[in-house]
Design a protein around this ligand. Structure first.
Ligand code: PEP
Ligand code: MN
Length: 316
């Protein structure tokens, strides 16, 4: 933790801030470093409790915590790569499927074609968070038997989004990876419920979320019991992914970080282009909208890539 002191603070006042810091953080080392005080070795909760009190002291211009201090679990850099339900040790992982499960025949046709084209897991979206209340919200539980048939048919793990805490247990019983959508990155009660469900969790970066905010959401999951976590960069609103931020997340956390090139792309050519860029920038995989009939899709067909394009990406 760094406590920034106000410019030209008299030595006596700086010493008073240092004494207050030592009292608020018993056992921590307080060291003067230029116009700041540096504090090492405290528990994250102690930092979290002390920061507002320190910020409030006369002579303090601000308090800064590093990502590792804010998110020690997310920044712990696990030694082993996640190996189940998908294997992140051996080349990029491709999670693919239509935006939403729409009807059984089209979903099963896409699932088999994607498996043959090199998919490692299927998008199996039953609940769709949509900006308009009038837009298709997904099949919901009515689609459950369809995704289970696809799992049986292909042997591939299922990735599905939970949009509400009440869906978590039932989705976890059927699916292998539960997805936190961009809109829900800051839904902390949903994160806690997902953390406890026993399944791997795929956490998207919220639109406009900073690296720190994204990692704090990852920290929620890890602090509440998630043991397998995958991060997913999905960009903001323009047709761009933040590949520098993606690489920074990978470096800081050591977690698998994949990219979703679909949702910022207005057309399928852009989605394929961003997919390639993300892989070149070191993405551990893709979550991509792909299907056997993109032109017939009820949702997000414009940026859904064909099986042929998907096969070109996987190199199968
Ligand atoms: C999705 O992947 O189905 C989705 C809704 O994406 P996002 O949460 O990134 O908007
Ligand atoms: Mn979509």
């Amino acid at each position: 933790m760094k406590i920034l002191l106000t410019p030209a603070l008299p030595a006596g006042k700086a010493a008073a801030v240092a004494a207050a810091a030592a009292e608020l953080l018993p056992g921590a080392r307080v060291r003067r470093a230029g116009s700041a005080l540096e504090i090492n070795s405290a528990r994250p909760q102690a930092f979290a409790d002390a920061a507002p009190a320190l910020e409030n002291l006369p002579g303090v211009a601000g308090v800064r915590l590093s990502e590792a201090e804010l998110c020690p679990l997310a920044c712990a850099r696990p030694k082993k790569k996640i190996s189940s339900p998908v294997n992140f040790g051996a080349g990029p992982v491709f999670i693919a499927g239509p935006c939403a499960v729409e009807d059984e025949a089209s979903y099963l046709a896409s699932a088999s074609a994607l498996k043959a084209a090199g998919a490692h897991a299927l998008r199996a979206a039953l609940f769709k968070p949509r900006s308009s209340p009038y837009a298709f919200q997904g099949l919901g539980w009515a689609g459950l038997k369809t995704i289970l048939k696809a799992k049986k048919l292909t042997g591939l793990p299922l990735v599905t989004e939970a949009t509400d805490t009440r869906q978590v247990a039932r989705l976890a019983a059927a699916c292998d990876i539960l997805q936190v959508g961009a809109r829900n990155m800051r839904n902390y009660e949903l994160l806690k419920e997902l953390a406890r469900c026993g399944r791997a969790v795929l956490l998207k970066r919220g639109q406009r979320a900073t690296l720190t905010e994204w990692l704090l959401s990852a920290e929620y999951l890890l602090a509440h019991g998630a043991s397998k976590l995958i991060l997913c960069e999905r960009g903001g609103s323009g047709p761009l992914l933040d590949l520098r931020l993606m690489a920074a997340a990978k470096k800081l956390t050591g977690l698998p970080v994949i990219a979703d090139p679909s949702h910022v792309s207005r057309d399928r050519a852009t989605a394929a282009l961003l997919a390639r860029r993300a892989l070149r920038a070191g993405a551990d995989g893709l979550l991509i909208e792909a299907s056997a009939a993109p032109l017939a899709a009820r949702v997000d067909g414009r940026h859904t890539i064909s099986i042929d394009t998907f096969r070109e990406l996987t190199g199968n």
